[in-house]
Ligand binder design. Sequence first.
Ligand code: ADE
Length: 243
Amino acid sequence: MSKLVGIIAAMNIELDMLKTEATNKSSEIISGIEFTKGEINGHKVVMAVSGEGKVNAAMCAEAMILKFSPDIIINTGVGGSLNKNLNIGNIAIAKSVVQHDYDITFLGWPLGMTPFGKRTDDKPWGEDATVEINCDEEIVSAFQKATEILGIHTHTGVIASGDQFIADSSKKDFIVGNFGAVCCEMEGGAIGQVARINRVPFGVVRAISDNADENAEVYEFNAVDAAKNSISVTKEFLNIIDK
Ligand code: ADE
C-alpha cells in the first residue's frame, strides 16, 4: 500500500529542493504554516517548513496529523554533532529523541521527562511519560539503508532537542552526560512527542553542520551543503519506505 509520508523541516534550506522537485502539488496554509501536498518520484508526501524551535515544530506536526493524516512523519534537516563519529556532512539517525531543556528536576522530576498519561502521586508526570521517545524501527532501518546506498557515513543514536543553538562545550557535555545523545537540534523531540501522542510512526534524520562547540559559527558556511545531504537521504528513504 502506498504511504502518505509527512516531511517536516525547520528551515527553507532544509526542504526547498524537495518542494521544487515535487509534482502534482497543492498548498494550504494552516496556522501560518504552508503545507504542500504532492508526489516525489511517485511517492505521496505532505511537506512543511515549521520554523525553528520546539513550539513551531509541535504546532506543525499536530496540524499536519489532524489535517492530512500522514501514515508516518519524518523530520529532516541539519544538526550539531555531539559525537566524534559524526563529522560535518555525516548523517545522524535518531533511534530515539529527547528534550534536553525540559527541566522540572527542582520538583523531583527526572530531567527531560515530558508529561503524558494518567497522573498519580507517585508519577506526577503521568503513567505514559518518558524521557526518550523511541523512533519507529522500520523508519530507522530505512534511513540506514538510504545512507548505505548513498555512501554517506552515518551514526545512529539519541538525538536531543531544545530551544537553544548549542555552541558551548559545557552545554554539549551536559547533553551527552545526561542523555548519551549523538546530535543536537531544535525540533525532533517536539515532533516525536506529538507523533507519539497521536500514534503516528516517526523518525528524525540530520546532516551535521557544526560540532555544537565554540567553533559552531561554521554552521553558517556548512548548513546549505549539509541540508543537501539530508535531502538526498530523505529522497532515497522514500524509495525504501514506500515500495
Ligand atoms: N542545528 C544545527 N546545529 C545546531 C546546534 N549546534 N544546536 C542546535 N541546533 C542545531
